[in-house]
Design a protein around this ligand. Structure first.
Ligand code: AMP
Ligand code: MG
Length: 415
């Protein structure tokens, strides 16, 4: 499954779009599914269409507080007096019929009484005891909500592949459905690599750094609703890595590693992938995150992320997250959401690769502007935490002057 490479060195580096396409081409949704109660469907992906077993709303009802009338009774050029014969409340319908010259007082959500066809809003009427006066200019059928207007009986209310959020839970409940079929959770194993990486809970020896990537990944994967399998820190030793890959590929659908994917002497991930599986690509025309390997080990997909903590988050958000959503069964696959705002800083940039800066979107004089969020080194997690968006500088961008429009990708929504 190798991608055609060759030619100039630059051509070996896939663009973000090419890499996403190469990933999306290979992945498939997990096959397993289960039936869960509506509340447990939050963050899960529907395994089959939800078909409406009834109309929503179930009956024609009033969209306003007012009077249910017969349009044919209303004079076109003057006021009409009608006799009020009853009241319809939401949940307590008027059981009679609206006869010629009659009206029924009606509340929002109440079923339309028989033979009424029009709702006149209360504010335009006036009342004298049992008589109500309707001004001219009413339109037959106005202010009615028709049965099945939201969802028609037998129609697809939610398609398979929908990721259930709050609105979907409510929609399912509005149909009276108590359980839905969702895809099983994705199992994702992850570990950090590097002889210098120390787990928290003990003092650092000289030259060591605490492992932050496993915590970043834990957070990202947990929020996405994956079943996570934290495999700890693995030393830069081929035998240890091989054992970790073997275990992970048997236990999980996806393996995510950090570190060891560049061309340093202790970078074994790619070698291991080639030996135990396949490498689809590992060079990207992006910064940070240039070395990122994607491929397979056994039956599991592998994302070999760079070691730098910021590069981990950049590559996770640009590639891994949407791939995981695809494997979770989300359809259609998400696309990258970018929008343009003026930039408050100047930024140096080389054409030829896509760069991701950490940015802060803020409102200034009623307009959104973006600025750089602190130091941009790829190890600086603090600026990642201070940022609320990526500033995305595409391949052809060769630098930004203060006031130029730039693309941003807000973190909000990037769970
Ligand atoms: P590597 O990709 O293995 O060459 O690592 C690149 C840089 O990221 C090095 O400075 C590593 O020390 C650092 N790094 C690698 N893994 C982690 C980790 N899990 N947590 C924090 N820093 C890391
Ligand atoms: Mg390393």
């Amino acid at each position: 499954m190798s991608i055609e490479t060759g030619g100039a060195e630059r051509r070996n580096h896939l663009t973000v779009a090419e890499a996403r396409a190469a990933i999306f081409e290979r992945i498939a949704p997990v096959a397993g599914w289960e039936r869960v109660a509506v509340r447990s469907a939050l963050g899960r992906v529907l395994a089959e269409d939800v078909v409406a077993p009834c109309n929503v709303p179930a009956h024609d009802n009033s969209a306003m507080d007012g009077y249910a009338v017969r349009a044919a009774d209303l004079a076109a050029d003057g006021e009409t007096a009608l006799t009020v014969v009853g009241t319809a409340y939401a949940g307590h319908p008027f059981s009679g019929v609206v006869g010629v010259g009659q009206a029924v007082r009606i509340m929002t959500g109440a079923a339309i009484p028989r033979d009424a066809d029009t709702i006149v809003v209360q504010e335009v009427t006036h009342r004298e005891e049992q008589r109500v006066f309707i001004p001219p200019g009413q339109r037959k059928g106005q202010n009615l909500r028709r049965a099945g207007e939201d969802l028609a009986l037998g129609g697809v209310a939610l398609a398979a592949g929908t990721l259930c959020g709050p609105a979907e839970l409510g929609l399912i409940a509005s149909l009276g459905i108590a359980e839905v079929a969702v895809r099983r959770r994705l199992r994702v194993a992850f570990f950090s690599t590097g002889d210098e990486i120390a787990s928290i809970g003990r003092p650092l020896a000289p030259g060591e750094v605490y492992d932050s990537n496993r915590y970043t990944l834990f957070g990202a994967l947990s929020r996405l609703g994956c079943e996570v399998l934290d495999m700890g820190v693995i030393a830069d030793q081929p035998a240890a890595l091989e054992a970790a890959f073997r275990d992970a590929s048997q236990a999980a659908d996806v393996i995510i590693t950090s570190g060891g994917v560049s061309v340093g002497e202790a970078d074994f991930i790619r070698e291991m992938m080639t030996r135990m599986g396949e490498v689809a690509f590992w060079k990207l025309a992006i910064k940070p995150g240039r070395p990122m390997a994607f491929g397979r080990v056994g039956n599991a997909f592998l994302f070999g992320l760079p070691g730098n903590p910021v590069a981990v988050l950049v590559t996770y958000y640009q590639f891994v997250r949407d791939a995981l959503l695809g494997m979770m069964g989300v359809s259609p696959l998400p696309s990258v959401q970018l929008f343009e705002v003026p930039c408050a800083d100047s930024i140096r940039k080389q054409a030829g690769r896509r760069e991701f800066m950490r940015g802060r979107l803020a409102e200034r004089d009623g307009r959104l502007v973006v600025g750089l969020a602190g130091a941009q080194g790829s190890g600086v997690l603090r600026s990642m935490s201070e940022a609320n968006c990526f500033i995305v500088l595409p391949e052809d961008n060769a630098g930004v002057q203060t006031g130029d429009m730039v693309l941003v990708q807000p973190f909000d929504g990037l769970v």
